[in-house]
Ligand binder design. Structure first.
Ligand code: RB5
Length: 151
């Protein structure tokens, strides 16, 4: 599948490592940067990759900043994006199996490189479990995109 990958300055080293890992798993990687530690704003990079997922041009995205938190907050503003900030492998797997998450957010300042590798492997190999209750709940997440503001 096609996977868009992006980071801010706090995540670009891990982003380069993860891009290589995802290619090694047999996926097409769309590396949207950044490529240095020059300070940037994480919402810009969350937006570039999340737009690809929202438009259906990529099936998944992986976003890396200092904590993963800012990236996930920004990514979840995009229709159809279900982004999860994850620091361990069980949540990475369950984000796919229960939540059908399509965007993974990791903090380079939070997890070590080998933990990050395992998180990415778990996220990229787990499948949505489906079934009536998970499908109903994910559909309710989608319905929140259409609600009246503040209702
Ligand atoms: C940048 O210093 C840092 O705030 C950013 O990478 C991220 O952790 C935000 O959530």
């Amino acid at each position: 599948m096609k996977v868009s990958i992006a980071s801010d300055h706090a995540g670009y080293r891990l982003k380069d490592r993860i891009a290589a890992l995802v290619r090694g798993l047999g996926h097409e990687v769309d590396d949207l940067g950044v490529f240095s530690d020059v300070s940037t704003d994480y919402p810009d990079h969350a937006a570039s990759a999340s737009a690809e997922v929202s438009a259906g041009r990529s099936q998944r995205a992986i976003l890396i900043c200092g904590t993963g938190v800012g990236m996930s907050i920004a990514a979840n503003k995009f229709d159809g994006v279900r982004a999860a900030a994850v620091s361990e492998t069980v949540s990475a797997r369950l984000a796919r199996e229960h939540n059908d998450a399509n965007v993974l957010c990791i903090g380079e300042r939070i997890v070590g490189p080998e933990v990050a590798d395992d998180i990415v492997r778990a996220f990229m190999t787990a499948e949505f479990a489906g079934g009536e209750r998970h499908e109903r709940r994910v559909a309710k997440i989608g319905a929140l995109e259409d609600r009246t503001p503040n209702a």
